[in-house]
Design a protein around this ligand. Structure first.
Ligand code: MG
Length: 343
């Protein structure tokens, strides 16, 4: 079997700003695993916030070459998954990419999309939110109106500025019917978050993501207990091992393949979060459809999706699961595996 590792830097359509940084490009690492007949595709979108870079992803993927054997049957895939799991520790985006490629290959060998192999209903999916990065209130309101004109029904606003209330007022005025959630990316203190939640509830906001810094789980718990709107944990919950500390400190867990290490870890996390009474949102980094398509396969299992990573790119070299008006249309996918294919 052959392993190909390919770094790509992709332009973002509109420079993307959140409370702690601004991003104009996204660098991903595409992974291809060739069996005799098929190629499995995956991709890593490493986040420096979680300690990974394209170089660390490439370095760890190179260590897999000596253990690659033939992958021509589904049980070869299981053997490789076990070996990869024990070879790569940490490095969640690298692990996610290679597991995605293996699962894609499994689907191609069995001629079925992943959701079908997992027994999931392709019509039971949700709409992805479309994210509006930080800018002036007027510009964010314009972008929200444009997104709604394009058919998106659900928006996510990035907050964590000194104009948060003006932003929410302007956007709510511009798109009175839209379903809106907000993400402060750790920007507020617990008392600020509780006060903001009151204001946001008055403006018909759905929930608040990561209002307070991740290093203080008690702060997250306090906001969840005292604020009117539901609270989603993103930076506070990266891997399955983080779940026990957050399940009683939030209402929703934002699970991302690039944080947790791949599709199988994500499935474990979804089940554990639900067991503890938390809802689940599937999220993403700014990514190509090479990896977003894989996350889409899990959407029949979750309550919310924020899988717009590829929609924010100027041009994506891959296409994936159709998203008409933001609806993750797994039932319209007629390709096996993750559904990712080069444009
Ligand atoms: Mg977030």
């Amino acid at each position: 079997m052959n392993l190909t590792i390919e770094r790509r830097t992709l332009a973002i359509e509109t420079p993307f700003e959140i409370s702690r940084r601004r991003q104009e490009t996204a660098t991903i690492v595409i992974v291809k695993l060739d069996s005799k007949r098929y190629t499995g595709i995956g991709a890593a979108a490493p986040a420096t916030h979680y300690g990974e870079t394209p170089a660390t992803v490439e370095a760890v993927l190179e260590t897999l070459r000596p253990i690659l054997g033939d992958i021509d049957t589904p049980h070869h895939i299981n053997r490789h998954r076990r070996q990869f799991r024990s070879t790569i520790r940490g490095n969640p985006a690298a692990r996610a990419a290679v597991e995605m490629a293996l699962q894609d290959l499994r689907g191609k060998l069995l001629d079925a999309p992943l959701y079908q192999l997992w027994g999931l209903d392709p019509t039971d999916t949700v709409h992805t939110s479309y994210t509006i990065g930080i800018d002036s209130p007027d510009t964010m309101a314009q972008r929200a109106a444009t997104a709604v004109d394009q058919g998106y029904t659900t928006l996510k606003l990035k907050l964590g500025t000194d104009q948060d209330r003006a932003i929410v007022r302007a956007v709510r005025d511009a798109v009175p019917q839209a379903r809106i959630r907000v993400d402060a990316n750790e920007a507020w203190t617990p008392p600020e978050a509780i006060a903001m939640s009151q204001f946001l509830a008055e403006h018909d906001i759905e929930f608040v993501e990561q209002p307070v810094p991740a290093e203080h789980p008690d702060g997250l718990r306090m906001v969840t207990q005292q604020a009117p709107l539901p609270v989603a944990a993103d930076e506070s919950c990266q891997t399955p091992a983080d779940l026990p500390a957050v399940v009683d400190a939030c209402d929703i867990v934002n699970i991302k393949l690039m944080k947790c290490g791949g599709l199988s870890y994500a499935r474990e996390m979804i089940a554990t979060a639900h067991t503890h009474g938390c809802e689940v949102m599937l999220g993403c980094m700014i990514e190509s459809n090479a990896s977003i398509a894989a996350a889409c396969q899990l959407t029949p299992l979750v309550e919310y999706a924020d899988l717009d990573g590829a929609l924010l790119l100027a041009k994506d070299p891959y296409t994936g699961v159709p998203m008409p008006n933001g609806k993750i249309a797994l039932s319209e996918l007629n390709r096996p595996g993750t559904g990712a294919v080069k444009c």
